[in-house]
Design a protein around this ligand. Structure first.
Ligand SMILES: Cc1cc2nc3c(=O)[nH]c(=O)nc-3n(C[C@H](O)[C@H](O)[C@H](O)COP(=O)(O)O)c2cc1C
Length: 271
């Protein structure tokens, strides 16, 4: 394959970004595919033949100023055949504010596999984090924020096409990445907390549950099963994408006591 875009997403922001990139890159070069990381892990598909002058993109959300576990797992098993210095590898991180050093962590993970990121971009989008703290973007700010994200994407996508697909460096670097303030400190101190956040034991469905099974369908790690019309989370750790919590049509999925009454967010109604 010539151009491939790998993506992961919990509430749809990164999926939207990956899809927009795919649509625009496909117009320039038909030999372009978009692949969902969770499906690839399920199918055990980790090996890809890339044309030497192709491009490889990774689009995923920032978690605790670092990389989602599912993306880490994918990359640590990834085999890209045919990669040369000509192949352009890029990453696009979505975030609710800033990325910290998440891009550097991702670049390091890829380097360990022998692949090197050439271009890095970030797009700030509605924040979907509501567990330890309530950082959810207020409802009235979602549309303006998505409009701003659209404006940024209108710069990022031509840059990807120009630098990674056509391999011309004619767009300035001003739009690359927003790591925020004290990025090293944040990533170093806060990313270690992610592993505690990934515990599945606090998840439950409250009395509002209608037994629709949507949470089971959207879970990228297949750790939710239905038992007597109620979801059960397998013991252990998940990637904490919160897809189960945000996609629940009746806001029944909770994580501990704090998420009751907190906002939910999925991008679909706003598109
Ligand atoms: C577990 C978790 C941790 C997060 N950590 C950060 C963070 O460190 N910095 C940030 O700006 N946003 C953070 N967010 C917000 C998401 O990165 C942001 O909303 C992202 O666009 C969600 O993408 P998705 O809709 O593709 O899942 C976090 C969200 C979750 C669920």
């Amino acid at each position: 394959m010539k151009n491939v875009i790998f993506w992961f997403s919990g509430s749809g922001n990164s999926k939207y970004v990956a899809t927009r990139i795919f649509e625009e890159v496909s117009k320039v070069d038909e030999d372009t595919v978009i692949l969902y990381i969770a499906d690839l892990i399920r199918e055990g598909k980790m090996k890809f033949d890339i044309e030497h002058n192709g491009s490889v993109g990774f689009v995923f959300p920032t978690y605790f100023w670092g990389v989602p576990q599912i993306v880490r797992d994918f990359v640590s098993n990834l085999e890209l055949e045919g990669i040369t210095q000509e192949t352009a590898i890029y990453q696009v991180l979505t975030c609710g504010g800033s990325t910290g050093m998440a891009d550097k962590s991702f670049s390091k993970l890829l380097s360990a596999r022998g692949y090197h990121v050439r271009e890095t971009f970030s797009v700030s989008m509605p924040d979907n984090y509501c567990i330890l703290l309530d950082l959810m973007t207020p409802k009235e700010q979602i549309v303006p924020l998505l409009e701003e994200a659209g404006i940024k994407l209108d710069k990022v996508i031509p840059a990807i096409i120009s630098r990674c697909v056509k391999k011309k460096n004619n767009i300035s670097g001003e739009l690359l990445i927003d790591r925020g303030v004290h990025p090293k400190l944040k990533s170093r101190l806060l990313y270690p907390l992610y592993k505690y956040g990934r515990r599945t034991s606090p998840f439950y469905a409250d009395d509002k549950c209608i037994g629709c099974g949507k949470c089971v369908k959207v879970c990228p790690m297949d750790i939710i099963t239905m038992s007597e019309d109620r979801p059960q989370w397998k013991k252990g750790r998940c990637t904490q994408c919160l897809a189960c919590l945000h996609h629940c049509p009746v806001e029944s999925v909770q994580y501990g006591r704090k998420t009751q009454g907190r906002l939910r967010y999925v991008i679909d109604p706003y598109l």
